[in-house]
Design a protein around this ligand. Structure first.
Ligand code: HEM
Length: 235
């Protein structure tokens, strides 16, 4: 039977190609493999969009357009929330099914995800854009955090970058829980011991200067705090 012509929607979204990217039902190693493949594919698309927005935000910062950069960073934050939330779907899979899928995966590992690799590199490309914005406004990071209300716009950009960092760390934490839930904490993965490998990654800060400035300022502020010097600020 002749296929009806593609609708404009199908042509624009390219549904034909998109929906041909999953294993056909008869080739699935088990029922749950469809969700496993779809969740990973969707994640790659969201990370592609994150990259697009982060590069855009970087150029806007270089041009001094903080409000437009902020709007793009707000979008990144919402995409990152979806990336974390969609891991919940995988929680509905049994370890038994994951084992079946893993056999079909060969030596494939999430570590090879091109989207995530870009997410790991991007902060180093974004940061110089933020520094260019600061120097164009002749303001230092320290001044922003000392007097956030006097540098409201730049403070908001700095905090939006920190949100990106925090969400990347949050994704790693959530993913580690997923790993524990599926394969346990001690099972060696294809690349070694996941707990060690992934826990190491969780120590990474993507915009280290945004974390360091807190240490720097609190060290100073607590020096003059009545209890700070001897007991520590929380003591
Ligand atoms: C059954 C669910 C999953 C299991 C058991 C699992 C397991 C693992 C393990 C053991 C690693 C460490 C590297 C390795 O040994 O291969 C890893 C890394 C990774 N996985 Fe998964 N994963 C799962 C689901 C996902 C999903 C749904 C995504 C993406 C949406 C994902 C993306 C990644 C990424 C990006 C890494 C590298 C992480 C980093 O460098 O911090 N994984 N995964």
């Amino acid at each position: 039977m002749a296929q009806p012509p593609l609708t404009d929607y199908e042509k624009y979204i390219r549904t034909e190609e998109l929906l041909a990217l999953q294993k056909p039902r008869e080739a699935l190693s088990c029922h749950d493999e469809m969700q496993f493949q779809v969740v990973h594919q969707v994640a790659e698309l969201w990370m592609k969009l994150c990259e697009h927005e982060l590069m855009f935000a970087t150029v806007r910062m270089r041009e001094g357009d903080a409000p437009r950069a902020l709007r793009a960073l707000e979008r990144v934050k919402r995409i990152q929330a979806l990336l974390v939330e969609q891991l919940d779907i995988i929680d509905t899979m049994s370890p038994r099914d994951y084992m079946t899928i893993r056999n079909a995966l060969g030596r494939g590992s999430g570590q090879e995800s091109p989207g995530f690799r870009r997410m790991l590199q991007l902060p180093d490309e974004v940061w110089p854009g933020f520094e260019a914005l600061l120097s164009a406004r002749r303001v230092t990071l320290r001044q922003i955090y000392e007097q956030p209300d006097q540098h409201g716009e730049l403070f908001n950009v700095a905090e939006a970058l920190l949100d990106v960092d925090q969400a990347l760390q949050g994704w790693r934490q959530r993913h580690l829980l997923l790993v524990y839930r599926q394969i346990g904490a001690g099972t060696p993965s294809l690349k070694g011991k996941p707990s060690e490998l992934l826990a190491e990654g969780m120590k990474h800060r993507f915009f280290p200067k945004l974390w360091e400035i807190r240490d720097e300022l609190f060290a100073e502020w607590t020096k003059t705090h009545p209890y700070g010097a001897e007991k520590g600020f929380h003591g």
